[in-house]
Design a binder for this molecule. Structure first.
Ligand code: SF4
Length: 408
């Protein structure tokens, strides 16, 4: 086994010294110009058991998981992201997201290949058209690294299935449907395309008069921040309005490198939102989530969604209860700015779309008034429009201090 001790990360000149560089770890001999080259990072991804064991002492559960991962969801880890793992901690939240485990081979009866029912709404190869005014365009089945809880593990990585992403048929479909004003490019990860290929695809979508709004869903700024080059950013800024959803689950993923990548995107005027997945043992506590959402705001990324983990096959060991998710939101709301509080959602199993989940703030609604609780548990009563103010005997108190929850 070679040196598995990461090079000590160094504090950066960033807010509160919170963002630390990943360091080169076992690759300390690699020249900076290679390390900072996204193609070098991709070429040197860890994809085999032998490569992984060269750098990390695996538990028996991980070893078995890696051996079997080729039949379900392939393993791939960029050297950069690997260096965020604490090799001494088998429960490391970075490690649990990307190192396969044997539990991935246990399938519960409630679990599904396609938990969001995307295949049923496939209007053209790679194009999911479920909502009237927007379409999800799955442009590739490849990612820089593979998340062990991936909702699209049925198609990404090429281990199990493939995505038939025929861009021509999908673009023809979008052009023929004037109701589609919003196209979300996802996959797989669209930012793995070369600059030229991505530019050409965005240009073709932009040329469709009724497509007003483009979005890209990507985990590249987190798995492979070296890919966010000035050249790529110059291309992206040609296609505004273009929004981007990134995917950060744990504050440790916000390194000096990823923060710099996010800053380049934000400086190009790209509004950034984050989509986290609630994962057992990774980010299932209010403390971790608070640190994450505060770190995101410092990176100019708005925490957008917190997803209840989909019922993907082999994901039971990573799923939390819904109650735990609601309790985390309860611990965020009111205790920090509303900009930092993501919307917690569950995707209706089989294709129900995103359904918001909130703590119970509305305690009663009898037609004359609503009874509310605030983040501290204080009770307030608010009269319905056109109704008389509640009588003093009602449970309401401090009528002069009615709190409009959600408007902070
Ligand atoms: S980056 Fe996204 S699409 Fe790729 S493996 Fe992770 S969750 Fe799946």
């Amino acid at each position: 086994m070679v040196d598995a001790t990461p090079v000590p990360s160094k504090p950066e000149d960033t807010a509160q010294g919170r963002f630390r560089a990943a360091g080169r770890g076992p690759w300390h001999g690699v020249p900076p110009e290679q390390w900072d080259d996204w193609r070098w990072q991709l070429k040197n991804r860890i994809t085999t058991l032998a490569e992984l064991e060269r750098h990390l002492a695996l538990t028996p559960e991980e070893r078995a998981g890696v051996i079997l991962s080729g039949s379900r969801l392939a393993m791939a880890i960029t050297p950069y992201f690997f260096n965020l793992i604490d090799p001494a901690d088998p429960t490391c939240p970075i490690r649990r997201q990307i190192v396969p485990r044997i539990e991935e081979m246990s399938f519960g009866p409630e679990e599904m290949e396609d938990p969001c029912g995307e295949d049923r709404s496939m209007a053209a190869p790679g194009l999911v058209h479920r909502y009237p005014d927007r379409a999800l365009f799955l442009v590739t089945d490849r990612c820089a690294a593979y998340c062990r809880y991936c909702t699209r593990s049925r198609v990404v990585s090429g281990a199990h299935g493939h995505l038939d992403a025929d861009h021509e048929a999908a673009i023809r479909y979008i052009a023929a449907h004037p109701e589609i004003r919003d196209v979300l490019l996802s996959g797989g990860d669209p930012l793995l395309f070369t600059d030229e290929k991505l530019d050409s695809l965005l240009q073709r979508l932009r040329a469709i008069p009724h497509v007003e709004f483009l979005r890209i869903g990507t985990r590249i700024p987190i798995f492979l921040p070296q890919r966010i080059t000035p050249g790529l950013v110059d291309i992206l800024r040609q296609h505004h309005p273009l929004w981007m959803s990134v995917h950060v689950n744990h504050p440790r993923e916000l390194t000096a490198e990823s923060r710099a990548a996010l800053a380049r995107l934000a400086d190009a005027g790209i509004p950034l939102g984050n989509q986290s997945v609630l994962l057992r043992g990774i980010n299932d506590s209010a403390d971790v989530m608070l640190e994450l959402v505060h770190g995101l705001l410092l990176c100019r990324v708005r925490p957008y969604y917190l997803y209840q983990c989909d019922l993907i096959r082999g994901s039971a060991h990573l799923r939390t209860t819904v109650r735990e998710g609601i309790d985390i939101i309860n611990d965020l709301r009111g205790h920090t700015t509303g900009y930092a509080v993501p919307q917690y959602v569950v995707d209706g199993p089989g294709g129900g779309g995103k359904i918001p989940l909130n703590p119970e703030y509305l305690l009663a609604h009898d037609g004359d008034s609503i009874v509310l609780r605030n983040f501290k548990g204080d009770i307030y009563e608010y009269p319905e429009a056109g109704r008389p103010a509640p009588l003093p005997s009602r449970p309401s108190r401090r009528h002069d201090e009615i709190v409009c929850l959600g408007l902070d």
